[in-house]
Design a binder for this molecule. Structure first.
Ligand code: SAM
Length: 478
């Protein structure tokens, strides 16, 4: 039998079923242990340290106790600390991005995904490079600077060369003031050699959702195709890091398996990356399974309600304080608003989950991967973020300056967010307001910028930011 070892490179040792079961038993036993819960909450709290703050994070066992706890005041405390952590490390900035679907050809048999190979009535489509250009221009015209490219797994129709060509095309499109500055990639698990090629192509984060950490369910949910191989899939992030990719993004598709099992697996995966590579995941995504072409989420009996979903997000925030957290347009405006409070740092906006969807007048449904709940325009999302006290950020400076992996984390830990990320976010927001915003969004945006500039602690930094923003307003960009 496999023995739990976070430093191992073997899936069954770092995502160890026996350890997860022991964790769930421990959490259940202690879910009313107020003394222990208070100790864990205290450990999670950010501690002042010189200019900045540090957080110790939580182990998968500690975090699982919090997730199991059902005492309302303790849950309230979790939310408060989650918000405190978020403000300490990320401030009130929210990074925006959009997914770009390249191809829905897929040879896998994932039972929750309409792209599965046996689905014969979904239109199969793969963008040509000309179509990629057109999609990118449509995204740039909304104001997007950051994309996550998505594709099914098909070595004949979507080989790595196709993905690389698309990345190259995306980075080469400069239309009006638009440019895509960071391309994150969400494609199936692949080889070290292919990860190296992705790194050389200049990708940002490599994202791969585990879907479920529960091996037996995983094998049933992925009955055919290369994705059936649980170990190959689970060990993908180690290969990505071996291929030189610093920033990797984890995720679980909530609803497929029991959420407490998934949560423990997710935190163990983060611990494993930290133990082996010295840096945890750059982001964690929290998708929930949605209705789609021939998929009814009720097929899976592990769906979670909004309250549980928000609690999961807060517990992730407490366990891995330096990791960005992403919520997509799978979720409604209301859920997204609540998720922002407990630790989300990135949201998608104006997403279309169909291949070629951004160049269509109406939202097309024939090649869509799943139903989108939040169907607002990017301008509406930007305006809404500001009304809820968040700075919409289009900043990609860290990535452009090579501040990825542990170098980004040290920026967080040294309290430089307000002197560095905050002014960058305000400058990119000003660019957005000038180039793309509606008159109402522009008015709200400049009011917000004026207030937020006052919060920059270093005079020199504040003066530079003010000057740059004035230049942006007078069309004198550098
Ligand atoms: N094909 C790649 C792979 O196998 O990892 C990734 C791309 S896939 C387009 C992106 C993600 O969409 C999947 O990892 C899965 O978690 C999610 N997804 C699939 N079907 C879904 C559904 N019905 N509702 C919500 N999310 C879904």
């Amino acid at each position: 039998m496999a023995v739990y070892n976070p430093k191992s490179l073997k899936a069954e040792e770092f995502i160890n079923d026996e350890e997860i079961r022991a964790t769930l038993a421990y959490a259940e036993e202690n879910k009313n242990n107020v003394e222990l819960i208070d100790q864990i909450l205290e450990k999670a709290r950010p501690v002042k340290n010189g200019n900045g703050c540090t957080c110790r994070g939580l182990t998968h066992r500690e975090a699982s106790v919090l997730l199991a706890c059902e005492i309302p005041e303790k849950i309230q405390k979790m939310y408060e600390i989650a918000e405190e952590i978020k403000l300490a490390f990320y401030g009130n900035r929210i990074v925006l991005f959009a997914p770009l679907y390249l191809s829905n050809y897929c040879v896998n048999g994932c039972v929750y995904c309409p792209y599965h190979m046996k689905n014969k009535h979904i239109a199969r489509k793969k963008l040509t490079q000309e179509e990629v250009r057109a999609e990118v221009i449509a995204l740039q015209d909304m104001g997007h600077k950051r994309l996550a490219i998505e594709a099914g797994e098909d070595p004949v129709n979507n080989p790595i060369e196709y993905i690389l060509d698309c990345i190259h095309t995306i980075y080469s499109v400069h239309h009006k003031n638009g440019d895509i500055r960071r391309v994150n990639v969400n494609i199936a698990a692949t080889t070290v050699e292919n990860y190296r090629k992705l790194k050389e192509a200049g990708i940002g984060t490599y994202i791969l959702f585990q879907e479920t950490y529960h091996k037996k369910s995983y094998l049933e949910l992925h009955p055919t195709g290369p994705k059936h191989d649980y170990d190959y899939h689970t060990e993908a992030m180690d290969r990505a890091m071996e291929g030189g990719i610093d920033d990797v993004g984890l995720g679980v598709l909530f609803g497929l398996e029991l959420y407490k099992y998934e949560f423990a697996g997710l935190i163990m995966h983060a611990e494993h990356l930290e133990a082996v590579h010295g840096v945890g995941p750059h982001t964690i995504s929290v998708p929930r399974v949605k209705r789609a072409d021939d998929i009814d989420p009720d097929m899976f009996d592990n769906g979670i309600d909004d309250e549980t979903f928000i609690k999961i997000a807060a517990c992730i925030r407490l366990a891995v304080p330096y990791t960005g957290m992403i919520v997509s347009t799978r979720e409604s405006e209301d859920v997204r608003r609540r998720m922002l409070r407990v630790g989300i740092s990135q949201v998608s906006g104006a997403s279309r989950t169909s291949v070629g969807g951004y160049t269509e007048e109406e939202r097309p449904h024939d090649t869509e991967q799943f139903d989108v709940s939040d169907q607002r325009t990017l301008d509406e999302v930007v305006h809404w973020l500001m009304q809820t006290g968040h700075i919409p950020s289009f900043c990609t400076a860290c990535y452009r300056e090579g501040r990825t992996g542990d170098r980004f984390m040290s920026l967080c830990k040294n309290g430089q967010i307000l002197n560095c990320c905050h002014p960058n976010a305000l400058m990119t927001l000003a660019e957005y307001l000038e180039d793309y915003a509606s008159p109402e969004t522009k008015e709200t945006g400049y009011k917000m910028i004026e207030e937020e500039l006052k919060r920059i602690p270093k005079d020199k930094v504040r003066e530079i930011a003010e000057k740059n923003i004035q230049d942006i307003r007078s069309s004198n960009r550098r």
